[in-house]
Design a protein around this ligand. Sequence first.
Ligand code: MLT
Length: 231
Amino acid sequence: MNVYFLPNENIKNHQIYILIDLLRATSSISALVHCGAEEIFVTDDIDVAKELKNMGYLLSGERGAIKLEGFDFGNSPLEFLNNSDKIRKKSIVLTTSNGSKAMKKINELGDTIALSLLNFSSVVDFIVQKDFQNIGIVCSGTNGVVSLEDSYLAGLFVQKIMEKHTYNLNDGAKISLNLTKSKRSYVMNSDHSKRLKNLGLKDDLEFCFNIDLFQVVPYSKQNSYTFKNLI
Ligand code: MLT
């Protein structure tokens, strides 16, 4: 089991990929699936997202963590939850600053699951049950820089899986395991956490640190860039 702190590492050759962008793309994807979205198409291209509006997609996304003009929603798990009636059975397109770029790289290489704290145990149970031999856990980071919260979640995931299954770990996985000793308050003071607080998004930040609120496994088949719930 390998952990990569940034998507531009050599992430090839895994049977299954776990995508992490705790703040906030994979938390948003988990929330959207929980709200009953039919599918979530992820793209890093705002124009591609806009084109899908004509095909009935709802538009969601951000740049610099701020909702895009003319979009139905930002990239806020709380906003999605508060609008679940509008989201149920709808196709959604999500475009974000970092998570979508990571998704583009990863989903080209293999099937991909979106992991957040909000759907932590559902993904753990699924992975353990499937008995995958070769798991690649890829953190999105922020603007090309490693992020503490993604690395911390990667460590929690490795730790939990290792309670049930033995894997060889790369150095990234071993480093991430050490981060699990960190206090939640320490992780919630990461660079991107501070950015969200400064933008008045403290509620969203805190919400993303809830564990197991949702029983969902957002799964995207290789090259589809589209998450659907598996359970
Ligand atoms: C991203 O993909 O960069 C993030 O999800 C940014 C955000 O907090 O909205």
